[in-house]
Design a protein. Structure first.
Length: 365
């Protein structure tokens, strides 16, 4: 079997946050979400679909796939997915081991694994060593609202929909306090701050937040690769720390684990190097005794890949559902909506579904 075609679809799909008030900050300013979808065709008619991280960087990622990766894929056997991933990382290292280059490799890797599992006529989780019957608890990953009333409204809605875990994207104590008041003491709350603070600022804020009994605090320090700083923060505040969405390749996670920087590791399949590299991180985490919590605020092939990967992790952890609603979905909407707070993995061969071509046509940039 040979790869005969690689096509990139750039999409923007409008969404609703569920509240009308806009956040005063520039963080996550968007009314539509970027998608960079990859289609890989073979001479045997098997087609694979992938998803490269592209929020606010869609054009750059798409160009990297078209001009840096596509020429290196044509004519290759897609079943050699691990070798292809290794060769791409080796040949493209000059252009950066992280960021845009690795996002592009990640999307291609997902598409290749889709082909491999379709060729085997098995759902991806079977190839990864799972029966697919594992429960995968979901958490509602809220937008950043920077508004107490909006936080209360969205927390209440998430609880009404059956979520048993809530993640905030706030940076002020008032919003965290509002969330705790709404959900009570029994619902775990996580807080993703997205790298806003220095070491000292983070220490002061985490001590302020102690009373809210947070399940974890995510990426409290800038830059995110300050693993020594995260390690010290864990010890000094006795607060569980999560990080990893901005780490690419297993080498970064090894540094993270050696520094004892995190309680929860968050590889992102559309960033870290695809399914191939994600699995390496899982093995490392097992060796170092760190719990995997996949980063997955996605609605394309990357989300489906995360569902399958979670099935293959001994302790699947919690799975993220970005708490927004789209004008249209690439897959049946129920895939993204947990039942009784639990996600199900698709059972069809490959990732489980191919994207809706009408949605691609209607929302292509």
């Amino acid at each position: 079997m040979k790869i005969t075609g690689v096509e990139v679809y750039e999409l923007q799909i409008p969404f609703s946050r569920g509240v009308s008030k806009q956040s005063p900050s520039s963080f996550l300013k968007a009314d539509a979400l970027d998608f960079c979808i990859i289609k890989i065709e073979t001479d045997e008619g098997i087609v694979g679909w992938g998803d490269a991280f592209s929020f606010h960087c869609r054009k750059s990622v798409a160009e990297a796939i078209k001009h840096m990766i596509k020429p290196r894929l044509l004519g290759k056997n897609p079943l050699d997915v691990k070798k292809i991933n290794f060769d791409l990382q080796k040949e493209l290292h000059l252009f950066g081991r992280y960021g845009i280059t690795m996002f592009a490799i990640s999307g291609v890797d997902i598409a290749l694994w889709d082909i491999v599992s379709k060729y085997s006529n098995l759902p991806l989780y079977s190839l990864l060593g799972s029966s697919g019957n594992k429960e995968m608890p979901a958490y509602a990953s809220l937008w950043r609202y920077e508004d107490v009333d909006s936080v209360k409204d969205r927390c209440a809605q998430a609880i009404n929909l059956g979520y048993k875990y809530i993640k905030l994207h706030e940076i002020y104590t008032s919003e965290v306090k509002a969330a705790r008041e709404v959900v009570g003491e029994k619902i775990p709350i996580m807080l993703d701050t997205n790298c806003p603070w220095t070491r000292q600022e983070a220490k002061r804020m985490l001590m302020e937040l102690k009373e809210f009994n947070l399940y974890w605090v995510e990426e409290p320090i800038n830059p995110p690769e300050d693993f020594e700083g995260l390690s010290n923060l864990r010890k000094e505040t006795q607060t569980p720390i999560a990080a990893g969405e901005n780490a690419c390749t297993s080498f970064e996670f090894k540094k993270m684990f050696e520094a004892q920087a995190v309680d929860y590791a968050q590889p992102s399949v559309t960033k870290v190097g695809g399914i191939t590299e994600f699995n390496k991180v899982v093995s490392l985490a097992e060796s170092y005794g760190v719990q995997i919590m996949p980063h997955s605020p996605y609605f394309g092939p990357g989300f489906l890949a995360t569902l399958h990967l979670a099935q293959s992790i001994p302790n699947a952890g919690l799975l993220e559902r970005f708490f927004i609603d789209f004008d249209a979905y690439l897959y049946p909407e129920e895939i993204f909506n947990p039942k009784n707070g639990v996600f199900q993995a698709p059972t069809n061969p490959g990732l489980g579904f191919d994207p809706d071509l009408n949605v691609i046509k209607d929302y292509r940039v």
